[in-house]
Ligand binder design. Sequence first.
Ligand SMILES: [Zn+2]
Length: 232
Amino acid sequence: MKWIQQISEAIDHFIFPHTCLGCSSDLLKKEDLLCTSCFAQLPFTHFFNQSPNPIEKIFYGRLNLEHAAANLFFTKDSLLQQLMVQLKYRGNKDAGYYLGKLMGLSLQQSEYYQTIDAIIPLPLNAKKEFKRGYNQAQIISEGISIVWNKPILNHAVERLIFTETQTHENRIQRWKNMEGVFTVINEDAIKNKHILLVDDVVTTGATLESCGAEILKIDGTKLSIATVAYTL
Ligand SMILES: [Zn+2]
């Protein structure tokens, strides 16, 4: 009967081709999105097991955080960049679930994040979310919760106004532009909770700071931050 199984696997592979997103080689059944050798190339930061770390230092004197970490180093023309492009510009949610699951494993194994009560994906502005069809931070958060069983609070915080990406402005201008962009619309949902704020990338931290500051205004909240990638 083995040949029946082989044929059915072949048909399955023909209908649902499982190829590595990094190198396009055929994936083994136990492999998920990336083959073993591409997976081995991913540059993990190990910041989830390190405190203080460079991500926590970004927020020193700006936000009173419990902990913060990014899971992977971001470099140009890397496999990680490929995965992020898939998630943000090619409508490939699986890339986001995958990156989220990797982060969920790092969170699960860390001694610093065990008191987290709930996850909040950093809200995207409405125009971008409409264009993309989803918020990538939401997809990453869903990936996290597949392996690390924490609730996601989707409508506790809202992003108010549309701000253009201010890539050419300095940190102070960016911070000013981000002021008042986020508002907590469900205080009861986050009151007295340790919240994990999730986004795809951290660079200057201006957007995360703006959103995090609003969360910390609510009674008894504690805040930690987790991002997939860290780019200088
Ligand atoms: Zn590969």
